[in-house]
Design a protein around this ligand. Structure first.
Ligand code: G1P
Ligand code: ZN
Length: 539
């Protein structure tokens, strides 16, 4: 039975860098999810006759939310929903299924790399027909709708059984339950040289993948172990859990500690990798060696010809402004297009749709290509395996040779967490005001060459976005300041430090950036304003 439910608006449903992300306690409030979903449907002019993709990373509230969304979609006249078995689907798979089926939109229930569980976070990524997260013009409309919503539509019906593959009906809507892993594998097989990677494992190459108890566990087991022949114990934490077993599923040196310790131990395998909650982030490690995401993008771009899907050439490459400039040097050498965009994957999508770029990446452990419109964690790991299989070189060797050829960007991100929102906004506003007066000033060994807000003019749709503030120094070092758009606890100030060296290639990163970190606190007046003498998190 179709039911129209009266509701009152919540005022905090503005999407951030990657959809709506909230504490589970907030997202599970009465009508909270329903209001947001109906606001989307209203903002896009209804979903009558349309097809949507639906899945999630399995975190707490995933199961309940999936049922609610299916019932609301049916009540809003949707024609068909393609749903992941057990309600699971990684973000990259969702983009693939959306594009393949030419669907009108999709939802992935995830707060990405944020912890899950009752005390963790929940979130919704909403994708549009192009396969990526919705543009700001659409999210603004959704937000406006959410502030005025009075009612939503839902079907009163028993829960849908999502364990069996195939088609069923919910009211007049068709539900097709698919195996997301098969979909994903089919795509990867077409991109990579699976035979070469199989030979690599058969030759004794050792590997470990940490799925962090999140959505990619079953994908990794199928691909790395069953198909490519890696040892069965090379995939760990591979059963998705509602609270990720208490892990913080963010693949970086801090949160993937057990993997990092293993990779820095004497019996480390040849390569290590990890993904985040919804499978779009990745971390790459060699034996006692870490590859920064910025370097990873540059290295994969430089080695594109080893990967079958790209061997005939790539269009160009893009990075977020905060990401190190390593890939810009590769783009120059290859004479391909190069773009710098604001933080957030959606800014890459127009560039991919218009064949301006093939590869793109962000410093925040996101790497991807135009095979879909999201970053792709397992794709990044397969890319490295493919390059290793083709060159016979180790992770470390590939990276060091890259530095020798292009120089090295020492790079680090400093996060200052849990700052009062007003203090953080004022810090950024005041710094922006001060920027012109910084030019020519000397801070220790660093002299400011230029200081500007980062403004991106999209070459495809003409939109203009301001995101963060950048200070450039005369020695090619940079500091980027921006506020996080994904946090759920006050404001997070992110400060990105980069120093470029062509000769000193083997120094300690923290040491190389120590002075620049001090300079970043001076220029931003961080300590005076926040009371913090150092960052809470270094990645
Ligand atoms: C963070 C990352 C950004 C990434 C986003 C979604 O956003 O910095 O690169 O696109 O998560 O994964 P932020 O919190 O900085 O706005
Ligand atoms: Zn993610």
């Amino acid at each position: 039975m179709l039911k129209t439910v009266r509701t009152t608006p919540y005022t905090d449903q503005k999407m951030g860098t990657a959809g709506l992300r909230k504490k589970s306690t907030i997202a599970t409030q009465e009508n909270y999810l329903e209001n947001f979903v109906q606001s989307i449907f209203n903002a896009v002019g209804g979903v009558k006759g349309q097809t949507f993709i639906l899945g999630g990373d399995g975190r707490y509230f995933n199961k309940t939310a999936i049922q609610k969304i299916m019932k609301m979609s049916a009540a809003n006249g949707m024609k068909k929903m393609i749903v992941g078995q057990y309600g699971l689907m990684s973000t990259p798979t969702s983009s693939r299924v959306l594009l393949k089926n030419k669907a009108d939109g999709g939802f992935v229930l995830t707060a990405s790399h944020n912890p899950g569980g009752i005390n963790g976070d929940f979130g919704i990524k909403y994708a549009v027909a192009s396969g990526g997260q919705c543009p700001t013009s659409v999210s603004d409309k959704i937000y406006e709708n959410s502030k005025n919503i009075q009612e939503y539509k839902i079907l009163e019906a028993p829960d849908v059984d999502l364990s069996c593959l195939g088609t069923q009906k919910l009211g007049d809507m068709e539900i097709e339950v698919i195996d997301p892993i098969t979909e994903y594998v089919q795509m990867m097989e077409k991109i990579f040289d699976f035979a070469a990677i199989r030979r690599l494992f058969a030759s004794g190459f050792t590997f470990i993948f940490d799925a962090m108890n999140a959505v990619t566990g079953p994908y990794a087991r199928r691909i790395f172990v069953d198909i490519l022949g890696a040892a069965p114990d090379s995939v760990v934490n591979d059963v998705p859990m509602e609270d990720f077993g208490g892990l913080h599923p963010d693949p970086n040196l801090i949160y993937a500690k057990p993997l990092v310790e293993k990779m820095y131990s004497d019996n480390a395998p040849d390569m290590g990798g990890a993904n985040d909650g919804d499978g779009d982030r990745n971390m790459i490690l060699g034996k006692k060696f870490f590859v920064t995401p910025s370097d990873s993008l540059a290295i994969l771009t430089d080695n594109y010809k080893y990967i079958p899907a790209y061997k005939n050439g790539i269009y160009g490459v893009a990075k977020s402004a905060a990401t190190s400039t390593a890939v810009s040097r590769v783009a120059k050498a290859l004479n391909i297009g190069y773009y710098e965009v604001p933080t957030g994957w959606k800014y890459f999508c127009n560039l991919m749709d218009s064949n301006r770029i093939t590869f793109c990446g962000e410093e925040s452990f996101g790497t991807g290509s135009c095979h879909i419109r999201e970053k792709d964690g397992i794709w990044a790991i397969l890319s490295w395996l493919n390059v290793i299989a083709a060159t016979g070189k180790s992770v470390e060797q590939i990276t060091r040779e890259h530095w020798q050829k292009y120089g090295r960007s020492y790079y680090m991100r400093n996060d200052y967490d849990g700052i009062d929102v007003n203090v953080a906004n004022k810090l950024m506003d005041d710094l922006e005001q001060r920027m012109p007066s910084l030019v020519g000033k000397k801070f220790g060994n660093f002299t400011v060459k230029e200081a500007n807000p980062f403004i991106y003019n999209d070459p495809v749709d003409g939109s203009s976005t301001k995101n963060g503030l950048i200070v450039y120094f005369t020695d090619n070092s940079r500091i980027v300041y921006r506020l996080s758009g994904t946090g759920t606890n006050g404001a997070t100030l992110r400060v990105y430090l980069e120093r470029y060296e062509t000769k000193q290639l083997d120094e300690d990163v923290e040491k190389m950036l120590e002075e620049l970190a001090d300079v970043s606190r001076q220029i931003g007046e961080i300590t005076e304003r926040t009371g913090k003498v150092k960052a809470d998190l270094l990645t």
